[in-house]
Write a protein that binds this ligand. Sequence first.
Ligand code: PLP
Ligand code: ZN
Length: 446
Amino acid sequence: MGAVRDAVMATLGSAEPASLPALVVRCMACGAAFAGDRPLTRCETCGGLLDVDLALDRPVRADAFGVGLPPTLRHSGVWRYRPLLPALPDDAIVSRWEGNTPLYEDGRLGEYAGLGAGELRLKHEGHNPTASFKDRGMTVGVSHARAVGARIVACASTGNTSASLASYAAAAGLPALVLIPEGKISGGKLAQTIAYGARVVQIAGDFDQALTLLRELTDAYDVYLVNSVNPFRLEGQKTIVFEMLEQLDWQVPDVIALPGGNLGNTAAFGKALAELLAVGLIDRLPKLAVVQAAGAAPFAAYHAGGYARFEAVVAETIATAIKIGNPASTARARRSIEGTIGLVTTVTDGEIMDAKAAIDRVGIGCEPASAASLAGLRRLVAEGRIAPDARAVGVLTGHVLKDADAVVAYHLADHDGAAREGANRPVSIAATLPALERTLHDALHG
Ligand SMILES: *Cc1c(COP(=O)(O)O)cnc(C)c1O
Ligand SMILES: [Zn+2]
């Protein structure tokens, strides 16, 4: 035991100290400031959550984005917003052309949400290099890890963070250590993580236990943690909002809806909006609408109780990416919701899967957790909390292929001996023309 520890310490301790004078992180609870030249995931004074402090005190013009960047960064939908990101040195940056995701509009989904009189757009983050929004945070997190001389990067994950970390660590030539809850992540996400070469550790427990265990390790050793407690990762995720607003010609929508799991994205969106307001790129704020799965909704309960008392839960939902009972960014998410006079709601697994089927059926597709955005908008409009003529953007966080098992189960499962309404079951036929003619007839008339 002692020999293992000594060998690890000797290797990790040999990293060269970085000099990054422009990087400052600040505690959101007590305001203490720290130099951002080393891995920091909690305030050393009070244990609070940290923000990167960009000191944005001058106006930023929209035509400044993408200008004057080295070619490797110009094409990144994250790094083109460099004036609103931490000042990392060029040679530390690991980019995979992340971001640049589409902003879809489909009237059928607008009708589904009850926004037929308004506008619904869907920002599809499944179009990132590893097929979830996690890549936007990972390019900044792994680049910061390189800038501070980290020897190894690590995360606990419900699948998408690990797939993204594995890819970016491989691109950077850094070893990656990934903790996942055994048997609780989708096959596609596990396959990505293994393929990109991360060391995968399956633990007998859930995501919340995996993160707690990993934080014990990263507190004791110089292992660079990229979970969303890391303030640099959230900086990259801000660019979902930057790019969305640029695509909307900086015309602020009424509502931005997103799924809430560990609440890192909720935190990042609130910070992004506050910064856009501070530099004069927008003149008002949209409401953020956070949607949790009913079986994994500790933040919704905290919000409903007037933030009097937070209670973690044991999470249960089909949407594994948001199956989190003790969200790490709870305090930051509260700030985002209070700051935008936002909305919080829950949806059942049934509502999630029906909304997902609707998104899939128009040819867009997403993983289960992503569909919470649409299911939540539909519920908020039905409850009169969002006006039917509102302009809304829903964020689709991951790609349809992330969880193929969920698709197959939805469309092939029996419901009281019959197919679910709207299910798309493959048919099996004899290899004859008459049999194929019958299917052609059914396809045209059925
Ligand atoms: C990570 C993730 C979420 C949850 O985001 P948080 O920042 O943890 O709230 C939702 N959907 C997908 C597909 C994800 O990968
Ligand atoms: Zn503090």
